[in-house]
Design a protein. Structure first.
Length: 190
């Protein structure tokens, strides 16, 4: 059985297959590891921000479930991943740190999926793993600490946009399943 990372749901089939056939090819350069590890500190800071500023009528973030691993298994493959957070109503939280230029571009468009559709697919996979109805995204500007997201927060450094919530989409999920099924066949064929 082939094991895929949750982020694979957003990759093209070719990249998914290459990651399986050539382990290590896409490993993170050790020089970048400290930068990526800093994401854990950022996540904790964003969680504290949410806890302090989230509208009281919204379900709370369940901090004990931070970085919880989920698994979704079919007869041919397994999808695994770690969520950034989960709310009391079982909706998920995904925090994405992006550079200032990308953030500015995102502020100008209301179709974030054009620029970050791979995150949409990743969210669909996590939703299946956890039986979640949807995912609240927060995009964090690495240069200014401004945030853009789907949670009802009233703060000068935060912009609320309802469209940053990604509901479960059975049609999109079916496309992901088909892509992963195809990847398994290609990997088995070498």
């Amino acid at each position: 059985m082939i094991r895929f990372r949750g982020s694979a749901a957003g990759y093209c089939t070719r990249q998914i297959v290459l990651k399986q056939l050539e382990p290590g090819r896409f490993d993170v350069d050790p020089a970048r590891r400290p930068f990526l590890d800093a994401g854990h500190y950022l996540q904790e800071a964003v969680e504290a921000f949410i806890k302090e500023n989230l509208d009281v009528s919204h379900p709370s973030l369940v901090l004990e479930r931070r970085e919880e691993e989920g698994v979704y298994t079919t007869p041919f493959w397994t999808l695994v991943g770690h969520i950034d957070g989960i709310f009391e109503d079982t909706n998920l939280l995904e925090v994405k740190a992006i550079k200032a230029a990308s953030y500015e571009k995102l502020m100008k468009t209301y179709d974030w999926r054009d620029q970050y559709g791979h995150y949409q697919s990743q969210a669909q996979g996590y939703q299946k793993m956890f039986g979640a109805p949807g995912t609240h995204f927060i995009f964090y500007n690495r240069n200014t600490s401004e945030m853009l997201g789907a949670l009802p927060i009233d703060h000068p450094a935060y912009t609320f946009r309802k469209d940053m919530y990604e509901p479960h989409d059975p049609a999109l999920w079916n496309g992901i399943v088909e892509k992963l099924d195809n990847a398994v066949r290609y990997v088995e064929d070498g």
